[in-house]
Design a protein around this ligand. Structure first.
Ligand SMILES: NC(=O)C1=CN([C@@H]2O[C@H](COP(=O)(O)OP(=O)(O)OC[C@H]3O[C@@H](n4cnc5c(N)ncnc54)[C@H](OP(=O)(O)O)[C@@H]3O)[C@@H](O)[C@H]2O)C=CC1
Ligand SMILES: CC(=O)N[C@@H](CCC(=O)OP(=O)(O)O)C(=O)O
Length: 344
């Protein structure tokens, strides 16, 4: 199958190349960004002698004629416009941005601060939380790949929320991300002198992933009320940890909760649930498509602490995008994603 990647010179696009280069079914047919004709090795010298194609113009007619599937690894706003151009053509679309995830146009405008794609396109987009929306993903032509923080937070919360085991009010989620989560553009907040030896909170109560997290939680339990979600930048390159705090409705032991998670994710190879008293760290998933989860019930407060870790560029972006593209095409969901995490 021929695939095209738009936004190849970015961090998410670069990660797509790393995965797709060894994929057994997908072949990279063309790569694109605003810098047409430039060999990709000018931006990514690490690809020298491995993959040296040149970037091509973004021509949606031609891409749709030549390729079977297109990955949009482009910024919010750009992705929406491109999705609109490809929509209705004979090509599958997997968008890594936030432009197709929020079903309410009003909510999208409120959090993303610009106009949303048209209603018809939005209605057709399938939310690609791979482990939880498989039936719809299998039939999707237009796929909204989840955000990095929502992936970690939702995989962590899903089993207890869907089972109705927690109070629907007062959910708190604390997220920490490495700086590659912000993309490759230069900015003061991600500059070395700002981030090295530092740790900061950002977008307090204003993060664009809040409506995405709430939308999915409400599908699991319609009684869920607004969540508190805080994001922090930490001085690492890759990796996200989310820690969620939820109140259990009834007394449960940590062992019982772990059993529920193990059963829920039994047939989902990319989610690994830690044993009692073991908690994951970001290094344990770095470079891989795994989401590792650790759990603990505090018997004093009746609260459950849920720790999830992912690599933001893999399960949080390109890895889950390929997992979804596999599912959309009836391919083994692990195809091309059989990476052992890079440790230490
Ligand atoms: N980084 C992460 O961990 C995650 C990112 N995402 C989302 O994935 C998308 C890509 O993110 P990321 O790779 O980090 O971003 P980057 O800023 O690193 O890369 C953006 C890419 O988009 C290209 N681009 C920008 N404007 C256009 C345009 N008008 N036409 C064609 N190409 C364009 C750039 O190419 P050039 O400069 O060569 O023109 C570059 O290749 C974003 O929507 C982001 O929100 C989602 C989850 C996690
Ligand atoms: C560290 C960092 O800055 N991360 C970015 C993640 C952005 C992202 O992935 O955006 P979408 O999912 O909305 O496309 C942020 O917090 O905004």
């Amino acid at each position: 199958m021929k695939v095209a990647v738009i936004g190849t010179t970015g961090y998410g696009g670069g990660e797509l190349i790393r995965i797709l280069h060894n994929h057994p079914i997908f072949r990279i047919h063309s790569i694109h960004s605003t810098r047409e004709e430039m060999p990709i090795t000018e931006e990514f010298p690490h690809l020298e002698n491995i993959f040296e194609d040149s970037l091509k113009k973004v021509d949606s007619e031609k891409i749709a004629e030549d390729a079977d599937l297109v990955f949009l690894a482009t910024p919010s706003g750009v992705s929406g416009k491109l999705a609109q151009q490809f929509y209705g053509k004979d090509i599958q679309i997997v968008d890594l941005s936030g432009d197709l995830r929020i079903k309410s146009a009003e909510e999208y405008q409120k959090w993303y601060k610009h106009d949303c794609v048209n209603e018809e396109t939005l209605a057709d987009a399938v939310y690609g939380l791979s482990e939880w929306n498989r039936e719809n993903i299998i039939n999707a032509r237009l796929l909204a790949n989840p955000g990095c923080y929502p992936t970690a937070a939702l995989l962590g919360l899903g089993p207890v929320v869907a089972a109705g085991l927690i109070e629907p009010t007062g959910i708190i989620i604390d997220g920490k991300s490495g700086v590659s989560g912000a993309g490759k553009s230069l900015s003061k907040t991600t500059a070395f002198a700002e981030m090295n030896d530092n740790f900061r909170i950002y977008k307090v109560n204003q993060h664009q992933h809040i409506p995405e997290i709430e939308q999915q939680l409400k599908l699991w339990d319609g009684h869920i009320t607004p969540v508190t979600f805080s994001t922090h930048l930490i001085p690492i390159t890759r990796g996200i940890m989310t820690t969620a705090y939820v109140q259990l409705k009834k007394e449960l032991t940590t062992a019982e909760v772990i059993e529920l998670y193990q059963e829920t994710y039994l047939n989902h190879p990319f989610v690994r649930v830690r044993k009692e008293n073991q908690y994951p760290s970001v290094k344990e998933v770095c470079g891989s498509n795994f989401c590792d989860i650790g759990l603990n019930v505090d018997q004093r407060t009746g609260r459950l602490t849920i720790v999830s870790v992912i690599d933001n560029l893999m399960k949080g972006a390109a890895g889950q995008a390929v997992q979804n593209a596999n599912l959309m095409n009836g391919i083994d969901e692990k195809a091309g994603l059989n990476f052992i995490p890079i440790y230490p």
